[in-house]
Write a protein of this length. Structure first.
Length: 88
């Protein structure tokens, strides 16, 4: 059974800076340790645990963050449940 995704605050810092340059509250960006279900090209689904999350950024005037890259590993443990939500 899947659990509902909880909204959490995410802050982005420049290297060496104490002040965040961007803060958002979001329920669609998985964090390290989350289990997500990803649909494969053939329509089947597999569970993956997020190992690392990398922001891929572009700057256009104000800071703009366009994409999140997830580094994942496949979960084969039947007890692991994926969060229910849409991840872009």
């Amino acid at each position: 059974m899947a659990t509902e995704v909880q909204e959490r605050e995410i802050a982005i810092f420049l290297s060496g800076s104490e002040e965040p340059i961007w803060v958002l509250s979001d329920a669609c960006v998985p964090a390290s340790g989350d289990v997500v279900t990803i649909e494969q090209a053939d329509g089947s689904t597999r569970n993956y645990r997020v190992l690392k999350r990398n922001w891929i950024t572009a700057k256009q005037g104000e800071h703009m963050f366009s994409r999140v890259r997830l580094v994942v590993t496949e979960v084969t443990d039947d007890a692991a449940t994926a969060a229910f939500g849409t991840y872009g």
